[in-house]
Design a binder for this molecule. Sequence first.
Ligand SMILES: [Zn+2]
Length: 490
Amino acid sequence: VSLRPTVYRPQALWIDGQLVAGAALAVDLQGRVVAEVPPGAEEVPLPGKALLPGLVNGHSHAFQRALRGRTEYVETGHAADDFWSWREQMYRVAESLRPDEVFALSRQTFMEMALAGVTAVGEFHYLHHGPEGQRYEDPLELAKAVIAAAREVGLRICLLRVGYARAGFNVAPNPRQARFLDPSPHDFLDAALSLAEAMTADPLVSVGLAPHSIRAVPREWLEILAREQNGLAARGLAARATSVAEGNWSSARRGSVAPILHMHVSEQPGEIDACLAEHGKRPVAYLDSLGLLGSHFTAVHAVHLEAEEISALGRSGATVCACPSTERNLGDGIVPADLLTEAGVPLCLGSDSHAQIDLLDEARQLEGHLRLQKLRRAVLDPGTGSPDGLAARLLHSATRAGSASLGLPGGSLRPGEPADFFTVDLEHPSVAGTASLVAAGALGAIVFGAEKAAIRDVVVQGRWVVRAGRHPRQDEIVRAHVQVMRRLFA
Ligand SMILES: [Zn+2]
């Protein structure tokens, strides 16, 4: 499909946090937003629709979609269900998946994201090897399968290549983690770099680094990452033949790893106890002491924080990626989004385990969970008195804050940015009569009220991914997914 310059004419266009009636979005041949309508541009009228920047899913484990609805009970022999018993069920699925099944599950997950208005995903990928830990002939096979799934659906993807070393501090190895493990930090970094090198042809694919968690990665690995941080800057690890302990990296490499680090931090109270026992510090204080925090760093979850940890995150410029539906589903707790916002910490959002995939709902539950906790309304309202102020702040978390966290362009639909966007049907029953007036409160109606079915079109880098509420390969993708589910559970 050859691209033409295009001008989209929605009923309302999101510009700088507001819906503006009658404005148009011009896009050039490369799929970038431009200030002036290019000559010969194709006219795309979008009557009755609002056009908003594409949603960014900052934290995903695509294969975990297979567990949706299957873990909502207490297993016989258990007194209760919690994060750790859920994790054992998740491992049971993870240990048997074949590469083609990882592809099929991922494709389903990414298609669901696209149908929910997502245009970019950060895939926190830790399934690397065969079931007993044996290397595939192409050791990057599973990462490539996940990337191929996202690209076939049409999403932009940042593959956060996970480093995983151990079951935990003073914890015996868990054979169920064999697929995740790298023998050394060098192997971890080398795999990320090789993957980046293999993906250079596709500008919609990038690779970032993700030490899994304090539990799964020893101090030595994090020290090496902190030391190599400058080399992770945009010019890439490749630019420096690095000095990683065992490493002997070829300087001929072209791939570059995005200068970002994502890590699970303080999701469960048990992690804090383990960190105190091993390092004598709470998780954020420990990461701070290693020099790991900074504007390139995203702490995923960051649920259980003390005041000094919140200040340290704020001082460092780090982002927090909240995953409200998963944090609720797993009984993790509530991200202190109010205190983090006060400390200047940007918040982005992820659907993580995919108990549900609805980024607008993640945005509204970032706020909703705080209301239940504090017995107050509009906790994250910026206090401008605008009926759309809170909605704009939450939408910023679901868009620009997510792309910044993943080192991706976009999120604002400003000239020069990629044309990654979605449209909302303003006549859909869930928003009709409020959003359709395109006046004050319209953005609030969308962020707080729009159902997924109101999301009609999705465009990534100027290319249609979803049109009129459907993905062109929807039936085939669902069929392949159902087949995997049958093999796993029937
Ligand atoms: Zn996660």
